[in-house]
Design a binder for this molecule. Structure first.
Ligand code: ZN
Length: 74
């Protein structure tokens, strides 16, 4: 069924708060929840970091995999 395929391919995204490096050429970023400092520096280039938002795929619990496998076989 087409509806089943669509369900499996749908990528859920969630918005998270992050710190990202001020340098445009530096790709470093980290989840805000992992940072305890009020204004951290980049671990790669030591530049100041800026608060930002990022969309990341929702991580499902491993238990869901079994469910998807069963659906694919049907
Ligand atoms: Zn950096």
């Amino acid at each position: 069924m087409a509806t089943t395929i669509l369900e499996e391919q749908k990528q859920e995204l969630e918005q998270i708060e992050i710190w990202k490096c001020k340098q445009p050429e530096c790709k470093a970023w980290t989840r805000k929840e992992f940072v305890t400092e009020a204004s951290p520096n980049c671990p790669l280039c030591n530049s100041p970091m800026l608060r930002s938002y990022k969309h990341v795929p929702v991580v499902h619990k491993k238990g869901n995999k079994k469910f998807l496998l069963g659906k694919a076989r049907a």
